[in-house]
Design a binder for this molecule. Structure first.
Ligand code: SF4
Length: 386
């Protein structure tokens, strides 16, 4: 009988399972804590009786995604390349905050093994064969990284960001389950303020997430107008900037919470003072801080990185309008671990001129109301790709 990966099970599901076995309620907390410690077999759960451990092996496994390589950047960033059992690869990146001396080390996790959104500056967008990751594969990235970091004496993870490969809100159920596991105080116990889901703007699922789980939201905006954003983020033609901003305004935001607005600066495309002014106008009334990320160049994009003074000019324009805005320094560039560079192991799967093609937009996209996930129709998508 095939077994389920217990790393992707929420506390309430584990509790229901144990109650079904006639176990006492306290067992759930005991076992949930074990699952999220660095163990690899049920026998390591030393205070759980042998009979129950045996029952677990009949229903569950503790498999981790296979770690193929760990690359370590000059700046201490660590990039993990994983391989799934069905031979798909994906990456996670650990970013220690060594320079500031702060203890805000971050793990950037993937939610898919490629991405259908097609942002024109992103390497992951060029990956043709991909699938959603399961909650167990998402949590597995955290467990493997924790074990590696502990062994290397390289700090500890304080933040989890869903900014790796894939659009998290196109893998809604598994990402939601993973978020619930991450913030559960009986297990990994990350603060909800320190778990960030980043989205290019899948509006219906963004609103759902606000009601389902109190995590932080980052919106990959990249423009202050539809005219510019539709050139960079094709999905903007489905949900334009007005719909995105309205979604943020309708979001059940917590007291003092701020949205993170991500903005990749692309030379000559979205880095003008005029676009900064449009952005400032667009974001009026949205509690947010803005991260400007000068493009991390790679061979799969025709875009170029703007000069530093252009980034500073853009930042100043937003500051004049009263926004909290930072120009972010790229991390792990020497190992292609920086934002927008993930997925290099798939380099052979698609040629550069096929990325970001119009065909993505011809896929009929419709919201299937009441269903668990938005059917972006990955199969249809594959059909229209060359
Ligand atoms: S930037 Fe994010 S949403 Fe856009 S293609 Fe890359 S992984 Fe997908």
């Amino acid at each position: 009988m095939a077994t389920a990966n217990i790393r992707g099970i929420t506390y309430s599901d584990l509790e229901s399972f144990l109650m079904g076995l006639g176990e006492k309620r306290f067992r759930a907390e005991q076992i949930f804590r074990w699952i999220h410690r660095p163990i690899q077999t049920f026998d390591e759960m030393t205070d759980v009786n042998k009979k129950l451990r045996q029952q677990f092996t009949e229903f569950f496994n503790l498999d981790l995604p296979a770690l193929k390589t760990v690359q370590i950047s000059r700046d201490g960033t660590r990039k993990y390349l994983f391989l799934t059992q069905d031979d798909q690869s994906f990456e996670a990146v650990y970013i220690p905050e060594v320079a500031s001396g702060s203890n805000t080390h971050t793990l950037c996790v993937s939610s898919q093994t490629g991405c259908s959104v097609g942002c024109s500056f992103c390497f992951t967008a060029s990956i043709r064969h991909y699938r959603n990751l399961s909650a167990a594969e998402i949590i597995g990235q955290v467990h493997v990284a924790m074990m590696d970091i502990a062994k290397a004496g390289a700090g500890s993870i304080k933040n989890i960001v869903f900014m790796g490969m894939g659009e998290p809100l196109l893998n809604y159920d598994q990402v939601l389950t993973a978020c619930r596991i991450l913030i559960d105080t009986r297990g990994l116990s990350f603060s909800p303020k320190r778990v960030t889901v980043s989205t290019a703007g899948i509006v219906p699922n963004l609103i759902r997430l606000g009601h389902d789980c109190p995590v932080q939201i980052a919106l990959s905006l990249h423009a202050g107008s539809d005219e510019v954003r539709s050139q960079i983020v094709p999905i903007n033609r489905k949900w334009g900037v007005t719909a995105l901003i309205q979604a943020l305004k309708n979001y059940p935001i917590r007291h003092k919470q701020k949205f993170i607005i991500e903005y990749v600066l692309l030379k000559g495309i979205n880095d003008s003072v005029e676009e900064a002014r449009r952005l400032a106008h667009l974001l009026r009334g949205v509690p947010c801080k803005i991260n400007l990320l000068p493009l991390n160049a790679h061979e799969r994009t025709a875009h170029q990185t703007p000069a530093h003074d252009v980034a500073v000019r853009f930042q100043n324009e937003l500051r004049k309008a009263g926004y909290l805005v930072f120009v972010r320094t790229a991390r792990g560039q020497d190992i292609s671990a920086a934002c927008g560079q993930l997925g290099g192991s798939h380099a052979k799967t698609q040629t550069p001129d096929t990325m970001h093609q119009e065909a993505l937009l011809d896929v009929s996209v419709s919201i299937n109301k009441g269903k668990e996930s938005w059917p972006f129709a990955e199969n249809k998508l594959l059909n229209v790709l060359p």
